[in-house]
Ligand binder design. Sequence first.
Ligand code: SAM
Ligand code: SF4
Length: 330
Amino acid sequence: MQQLIDHFGRQINYVRLAITDRCNLRCQYCMPAQGIEIAPRAHLLTFKEMYRIIRVLTELGVTKVRLTGGEPFVRKDIIKFLEMLSFNDLLETINITTNGVVIAKHITTLEKMDKIQNINLSIDSLQKEKFFQITRRDVFSEVYQTLELLEKSTLNLKLNVVVQAGVNTDEITDFVALTKNKHLAVRFIEEMPFNGKGKRETQENWNFNRILQEIQTQFELQEVDSEKSSTSRNFKIDGHQGSIGIIPAFTRTICNDCNRIRITPVGTLKNCLFDDGVFNIRDFIRDGASNEDLKNIFLSLVKNKPANGFIAEASRSKGNVSESMSTIGG
Ligand code: SAM
Ligand code: SF4
């Protein structure tokens, strides 16, 4: 089987597919209050196109896909799409990242789909009022109910917590405390400037080390081995059922082992979160590309994956990163 291997010898076996740019929340760090300019519906990849892209990629060694967005569960018929994707015998794992607002009713269906094993639930505060302030929507109860249902389900649950200076940094240890009696992994993510307007005005820099130090004020952490391509460094605490991870998303110390590419809702291939898109696969498909054409284009595009996120950012043609994470797929 031909494999997707870049100039640095990194093998790509993981795709993050943003299935929509629409979202039912307006998180401060992701988009402005009025939302972002969404793509016309006809510009979004159809589920058939997505299925075909993933099928071709799995024929090139991809085994794992993460569905993200925007909010994946606001796209109509997502459950049908998950069933469709499950038919791909070369695909081993389908993970999903969600804000959890509307998924409670789907959890038992998701549990029945063998390939779906991991759900990442984004929740940045355990306080109703602050949750509202961050997301600009009053849906804390719905999201917390999802958290509890997922924790009791057969699915592995990871919480994504974007660390926002002066907003939720006082809750870092509360999130860690959640792991005492709950089977879940809390993952703290460094905030990045993908918020639809560019750099955020913050005086404090809550990077990996600072987050680690804050946790260590109250807990003794033991680092555990992580998968080579893991985006997080992971830790256990004696007597806790759950675990902790910290994702150096902005300091980018994880690029050497990167195994992923991204596909945006309008079908743009991104070799790196920080590049500005290298090719539009949707247009290529709509212009009549065969599966063989698709394979060849993927093989050649992936070769040029930049060494790391700093190089990708420096080579952008559209200037500094500022687009919303919901148009990229976080
Ligand atoms: N709507 C879904 C959700 O929120 O989980 C999926 C899409 S969201 C863009 C994926 C992840 O990206 C979420 O965990 C979110 O917190 C994270 N994210 C969004 N904007 C970010 C930023 N500026 N810096 C760091 N993480 C960000
Ligand atoms: Fe929506 Fe997720 Fe962005 Fe929040 S982080 S606005 S939930 S896409």
